[in-house]
Design a protein around this ligand. Structure first.
Ligand SMILES: *[C@@H]1O[C@H](CO)[C@@H](O)[C@H](O)[C@H]1NC(C)=O
Length: 159
């Protein structure tokens, strides 16, 4: 082995030893493995038979544009990455020209508990976006709609 690759191995071993991402204890005393499979759902729970425009992305993936009819949802699954940087965000727009941009997955124990360490369920309703809180068995208000239409790209800048 060259001197350089020895150093690489040492650095990697050190990173693994120091990484809190391998085991992440939840308040339930369980150990959270880093490669857990997560699912995010975006649900059209808006009244008035309105459709919901949804465009979700991560740094590496554009999940494309969807138009959800009332009561339907879109979902995707992924594994969290080693370096704790997995992040997804969505731009949502009601047909009545109100929109919101929000993060729908980030690596944080606050979110993990809401999602019951598995499913993050975001529900668009008439007054804003809610997240299903599994711990309290209710939908928790998260973000208000903003008035008017703006371009998807512009809305992401504020996140
Ligand atoms: C999403 O839609 C599927 C298919 O209609 C349904 O079975 C599932 O319960 C829905 N999930 C949520 C979280 O609304």
């Amino acid at each position: 082995m060259s001197r350089l690759s020895n150093i690489h191995v040492l650095v990697l071993a050190f990173a693994i030893a120091m990484s809190p991402s391998l085991c992440f204890p939840s308040t339930k005393g369980e150990v959270f493995p880093v490669f857990t499979k997560w699912h995010v759902y975006v649900v059209n729970g808006v009244g008035n038979q309105e459709s919901l425009f949804v465009h979700c992305k991560s740094k590496d993936n554009d999940l494309g544009i969807q138009n959800l009819s009332p009561g339907t949802n879109t979902t995707w699954g992924f594994r969290t990455n080693f370096f704790h940087s997995t992040l997804f965000w969505c731009y949502l727009r009601k047909s009545s020209a109100q929109h919101a941009a929000l993060k729908v997955f980030w690596q944080d124990i606050y979110l993990f508990e809401k999602c019951n360490w598995k499913n993050c369920i975001w529900i668009a309703k008439d007054d804003g976006i809610y997240i299903k809180d599994f711990a309290n068995v209710r939908d928790e208000f998260s973000k208000k709609w903003e008035e008017g239409w703006i371009k998807t790209q512009d809305s992401y800048r504020s996140l």
